[in-house]
Design a protein around this ligand. Structure first.
Ligand code: C2O
Ligand code: CU
Length: 490
């Protein structure tokens, strides 16, 4: 599926060392200014270049000019305020994915921050008319009270019809929420806790990201629309912005916060070789925080925007082993994600308690309403696109109006794979394909991958805030092709 771009680049005679042995970068943690009850951060969105392929400068758009952006670490119950300054040539919107946030800081796709320097329409995307939009110029504060459990969240651009190109160019970063309950468990921490943002990219012969189109009007050129219909795939897997990186580990337990930050690619991750005795990934958390109890897996299927918190015990391998994180859904250059080298013995005082967290009960019986939403191909302004319930996204079309505090069952059905994401809430998966949820459906999620023809029921409680939010497919190109809808908590 990937464009041939990177292959051409590698053959073009650029002096790339073979094989690559790029160390795993860890995104820097951003320091806040603290006041009595809030932590203030400042991020500038700007164009920059990054050395992603060794010796090659790739133009990116980055939060603070880096990809991934800096990591924000919040404490539960303290308010996080992020001042985003837009120095890019296009309007932007920031969404805190997985955050239970007030509607006006949620990154509604028409709440644009206009660039101070003017909007260069050559970069595409047309925006949408919306009488309720909250448009600012140059910069704005996003305010996150974060009264939610510790979890691996991420922030990314969220502008209607432009999320795909903006995120592909680099507008994505981790936002971790920590709390005392989780800290008390004794899980691996410090440099034994690794955020891993997995994202595929293709490069052209100049080393630039090869995204098939930057303008909706180009989507009718042959070959381009089909790339959008499937979603945009890359032919190199990056982890934290580095191709197939290598990381030296001690023979101890590590906590991996795995995020699929790809526009469209799904992965099925496994360890090669598997540890003696099998298993390998002890899942401790899902999208919205810790599970009630750990679950062991020997692979991890992960769709765009999903997260897994897993512990891998490298002490199960002999020192000297090179352990590859492979992608069982990939072929050739997309089959390998990264490598761990078990470099030395070391003491390990971390634990994985049998009981991890008390998760608020959320059951079918609590729901007051059941709603149905289909995620299918459809027609968007006369062109092929993707729609929810037969309708393309419009700011004026309200698809659901849950009452504040109510629990509801939402039932989704899909034609092909669609990773469905709800803003504002976490949900529990009640059933998949008419059966009990599967081994990877545990805990509280905010994104669930629907397989072709599959129906999935989830239950969510719409507490927190009133206001207008969205839910959508997290295949970024499907989202841009209108597979998004509104709900309003009333
Ligand atoms: Cu991560 Cu509305 O998206
Ligand atoms: Cu989709």
């Amino acid at each position: 599926q990937g464009s041939p771009g990177t292959g051409e680049l590698l053959r073009s005679g650029l002096p790339l060392p073979q094989p690559f042995r790029v160390p795993l970068p860890i995104p820097p943690v951003l320091r806040p200014q603290r006041t009595a009850d809030a932590d203030h951060y400042a991020i500038t969105q700007r164009a920059a270049t990054a050395e992603i392929l060794p010796g090659v400068r790739t133009p990116i758009w980055g939060y603070d000019g880096i990809f991934p952006g800096p990591t924000i670490e919040s404490r539960r119950d303290r308010t996080t305020v992020v001042r985003h300054r837009n120095e890019l040539p296009v309007p932007t919107v920031v969404h805190l994915h997985g955050g239970h946030t007030p509607a006006d800081s949620d990154g509604y796709p028409t709440d644009l921050v206009l660039p101070k320097s003017g909007w260069d329409a050559g970069h595409g995307g047309h925006g949408m008319a919306d009488s309720r939009a909250r448009i600012t110029e140059g910069e704005r504060d996003y305010v996150f009270p974060l009264r939610q459990r510790a979890a691996t969240l991420w922030y990314h651009d969220h502008r209607m019809d432009f999320t795909g190109p903006a995120v592909y160019r680099g507008l994505a970063g981790f936002h971790l929420v920590r709390d005392d309950e989780e800290d008390a468990l004794g899980l691996p921490s410090g440099d034994r806790e690794l955020p891993l943002m997995i994202a595929d990219r293709s490069f052209d012969e100049h080393g630039a990201f090869a995204y098939p189109s930057l303008d909706r009007t180009l989507r009718t050129t042959p070959g381009v629309e089909s790339a959008y219909v499937e979603g945009v795939f890359g032919d190199v897997i990056l982890v934290n912005g580095a191709p197939w990186p290598v990381h030296e580990v001690a023979a101890v337990r590590y906590r991996l916060r795995v995020l699929n930050g790809s526009n469209a690619r799904r992965y099925d991750l496994a360890l090669d070789p598997p540890p003696p005795g099998g298993g390998g990934f002890v899942q401790i958390g899902a999208d919205q925080g810790l599970l009630d109890a750990p679950r062991e897996h020997d692979h991890l299927p992960i769709a765009p925007a999903e997260r897994y918190d897993v512990v891998v015990d490298f002490g199960r391998y002999p020192v000297g082993t090179e352990v590859t994180l492979v992608n069982r859904l990939g072929t050739g250059s997309t089959a390998q994600v990264m490598r761990f080298v078990v470099a030395r013995r070391a003491p390990d005082d971390s634990r994985i308690p049998a009981k991890l967290a008390e998760i608020p009960p959320l059951t079918r019986e609590q729901a007051t309403v059941t709603r149905d939403f289909s995620f299918r191909a459809g027609t968007v302004h006369g062109r092929a696109g993707w729609v929810i319930g037969g309708e393309p996204f419009s700011p004026d079309l309200m698809s659901a109006s849950p009452r504040l505090g109510d629990a509801e069952i939402w039932r989704f059905v899909a034609d092909i794979h669609h990773p469905v994401h709800l803003h504002l809430v976490g949900f529990r998966i009640l059933s998949r394909g008419g059966r009990e949820p599967g081994p990877f459906d545990g805990g509280i999620k905010d994104t669930v991958d629907l397989a072709p023809g599959e129906s999935v029921e989830v239950v969510a409680r719409f507490d927190g805030y009133r206001g207008r939010y969205v839910f959508h497919c997290h295949n970024a190109e499907h989202e841009d092709m209108a597979m998004m809808a509104n709900f309003e908590v009333i």
